[in-house]
Ligand binder design. Structure first.
Ligand SMILES: Nc1ncnc2c1ncn2[C@@H]1O[C@H](COP(=O)(O)OP(=O)(O)OP(=O)(O)O)[C@@H](O)[C@H]1O
Ligand SMILES: [Mg+2]
Length: 298
């Protein structure tokens, strides 16, 4: 069974349409990462999937359950939301206890021990959260989302504002959770994080999923671009040649990018037309570049 099946979800706030038809499947036991610019609608989608908000249309199944089966769904999932949900004036232990009681956990003490062990909270568990560092808070935050042993864990930017050491720690926890069979739905601002952790990535742009695949697939698809740089005064001439030959390209100042298939022809034609070629190279694509290209294209 798929952990999450999203069909044609739309959501608008007044006349602002944020989600314009999202189709997406998340497999059981995988890390799925949703990427998109600030304001793209990541949190909006997570809120719908976690039953905090209703879509305007479309359907969602969480482990086969429709969104109107909210009670069943809430047993299966947990949400580590972008806005901090920890209460500062309580200790870590008290925060965990509150969540355990809300989730109707049977043996609260044993459950707190289990998650506290997993995230190494022992040394500061009984201190007030007020005294925690950012990293300690984040660990408590993640611990809270593990209470009740949910099958699907939503992590909305879990590593934003976390220092590199603690980020690695969070990565390790996410990998361990996945290895123990949990499904993770992640959003992040860090493309290296998406690259490292994800089984699949979806890019959301202009209200739709515009790119989907494994990190390798996404990079491979984008990795067949070649860049040719010409003298600035000859850009127009180069563009005309490309247009005359129906070759699709992207222009960036005085460089054109063409696909691998066209690259040899374009190179020959530019040289034959005596256009001053300053540079010709294969474009090394990382997720960062793909992300920027995807969001700018729209
Ligand atoms: N309750 C609301 N009422 C009105 N507009 C909203 C509401 N919630 C979100 N929006 C708008 O919907 C759009 C998407 O917001 P959302 O928080 O989902 O983006 P995001 O991708 O999570 O961004 P970020 O990376 O900054 O967290 C934004 O333009 C936001 O202003
Ligand atoms: Mg958000």
């Amino acid at each position: 069974m798929n952990a999450i099946e999203i069909k044609n979800i739309t959501k608008q706030f007044k006349d602002h349409v944020v989600l314009k038809g999202i189709d997406l499947t998340v497999n059981e036991g995988e890390v799925f990462t949703l990427l998109g610019e600030n304001g793209a609608g990541k949190t909006t989608l997570i809120n719908i999937l976690t039953t905090l908000s209703h879509p305007n249309s479309g359907s969602v199944k969480i482990e086969g359950n429709d969104l109107n089966q909210g009670d069943i769904i809430r047993e299966l999932i947990s949400l580590n939301s972008q806005s901090n949900t920890v209460d500062d004036s309580f200790s870590g232990y008290e925060n965990l206890k509150l969540i355990a009681e809300l989730r109707n956990v049977k043996n609260v003490a044993a459950e707190i021990n289990r998650v506290s062990d997993r995230l190494n909270l022992e040394t500061f568990l009984n201190q007030k959260v007020l005294t925690y560092s950012g990293g300690m808070r984040r660990r408590l935050d993640i611990a809270m989302s593990l209470i009740g042993d949910p099958e699907i864990i939503f992590l909305d930017e879990p590593s934003t504002g976390v220092d590199p050491k603690n980020r690695l720690e969070i990565w390790k926890i996410i990998k361990e959770l996945r290895d123990s069979g949990k499904t993770i739905f992640l959003t992040t601002q860090y493309l290296d994080e998406a690259d490292q952790l994800s089984d699949h990535i979806g890019f959301i742009n202009d209200g739709k999923i515009v790119l989907y695949g494994t990190p390798e697939e996404i990079k491979k698809d984008a990795n067949n671009q070649f860049s040719l740089t010409v003298e600035t005064k000859e850009v127009e001439k180069a563009e005309k040649i490309l247009a005359d030959n129906n070759i699709s390209y992207t222009l960036n100042e005085n460089s054109v990018e063409v696909s691998e298939i066209d690259s040899q022809f374009v190179l020959d034609t530019i040289v034959n037309n005596k256009i001053d070629l300053l540079d010709f190279h294969k474009v090394e694509t990382n997720l960062e570049t793909i992300f920027l290209n995807t969001t700018q294209r729209k």
